[in-house]
Ligand binder design. Structure first.
Ligand code: SAH
Length: 340
């Protein structure tokens, strides 16, 4: 069966024509889909016979809210969704002054194996379809009764490990008759798949790229992230520089601060030298301790010294404000507690 919500308008046109109907029906179907219809019968401007033919060929995918947690501190909402094959994923709705942001999942599980991350603990199950990524937004908007203006691909999964579906999702989310969310309101976070960063630089999509760097030193990075065995920090930074050159976009580097692992002045100096002169931003995230490793978040004081050291290299630094701390809002934790 065709997953119709994952199709581009021209592909729906092909489907419509193959069923013997006029092309313009495709734009009617496309706009119904983004109004959140769950069944072809709800497309009231289509004939009954056409609807019957559509139902034979295509499905409108659905996901269901399994659990919802609302933070009493800041109104952050975390959703656990069940997919049509029973897989579970998470999305988080964050409310900022500049608008609602949703953090969505791109895979059920993850195969990157980062030692500090809850999403990878039970391994990888499968890639999400573009429709399943769109539905996280549509269901959340419907449930919250609010519009979402920003998307971050920072939930469960490695977006660049599900490259084609993620690119298709981004184009559909951006489409004026789709979710109509501006490219500049979309951020994609990657653990640093160099070949895919190079590919992304060639797409004409001016999104914001975040790179989970977490260490400037290869040995330290390898102790945290298996992907660092495939590409060195230097190779990753070269790819980032090419990306910036090609797109003119600033890169945001994520740096999870772990006490005694990557938070010394020496670590900051190394990072400062590495990023000096680059069009970038560093986001320091006090680690949220999960899983097997005995990681502890850095002391406030070391984060302060780290920040000032980077600023000495004229690097723009912020410390991430934590939302939803009472509901385990960091992705992967809820899913992990729901899998057997
Ligand atoms: N796979 C992508 C996106 C998902 S993770 C990536 O690696 O970027 C989103 C961000 O949360 C990444 O920067 C990741 O390194 C970070 N992260 C994961 N687990 C964390 C934890 N326990 N504490 C703090 N940050 C964490």
């Amino acid at each position: 069966m065709i997953d119709i919500l994952s199709l581009y308008p021209n592909e729906i046109e092909e489907l419509v024509e193959s069923l013997g109907e006029k092309k313009y029906r495709a734009s009617q179907i496309f706009s119904w889909l983004y109004k959140g219809v769950t069944d072809f019968s709800q497309m009231t401007n289509l004939s009954k016979t056409f609807i019957a033919k559509l139902k034979e060929k295509a499905v409108i995918k659905q996901i269901t809210v399994e659990k919802k947690l609302v933070s009493s501190i800041d109104g952050t909402v975390k959703y656990l969704f069940t997919l049509d094959d029973g897989e579970k994923i998470e999305s988080v709705l964050m409310r900022y002054k500049h608008g609602n942001t949703i953090c969505i999942s791109t895979q059920a599980g993850c195969r990157m194996g980062c030692s500090f991350c809850a999403s990878t603990m039970n391994g990888w199950r499968r890639n999400l379809t573009p429709s399943e990524m769109l539905l996280q937004i549509m269901k959340t908007e419907a449930d919250a009764g609010e519009k979402i203006s920003n998307i971050v691909l920072m939930g469960i999964g490695e977006p660049l490990d599900n490259y084609d579906n993620v690119i298709r999702f981004i184009r559909l989310a951006n489409h004026k008759d789709g979710l109509n969310i501006g490219m500049r309101h979309i951020s994609l976070s990657t653990c640093g798949l160099v070949d895919k960063i190079n590919r992304l630089a060639e797409e004409d999509i001016p999104l914001t790229l975040s790179v989970s760097l977490h260490a400037a030193d290869n040995e330290v990075r390898r102790s945290m992230m298996p992907v660092a065995n495939k590409w060195t920090v230097e190779e990753l930074i070269d790819a980032c520089k090419r990306y910036i050159e090609k797109t003119g976009r600033r890169i945001s580097f994520e740096y999870a601060m772990i006490q005694g692992v990557n938070d010394s002045v020496r670590d900051a100096e190394k990072l400062g030298k590495l990023l000096s002169g680059m069009l970038c931003h560093v986001n320091l995230i006090p680690i949220n301790p999960v899983g097997g490793k005995n990681y502890k978040k850095s002391e406030k004081n070391s984060i302060g010294v780290f920040t000032r050291t980077l600023e000495k290299y004229k690097i723009n630094v912020t410390v991430r404000r934590k939302l939803g701390s009472d509901i385990d809002a960091s992705c992967g934790q809820l899913r992990a507690s729901h899998s057997s």
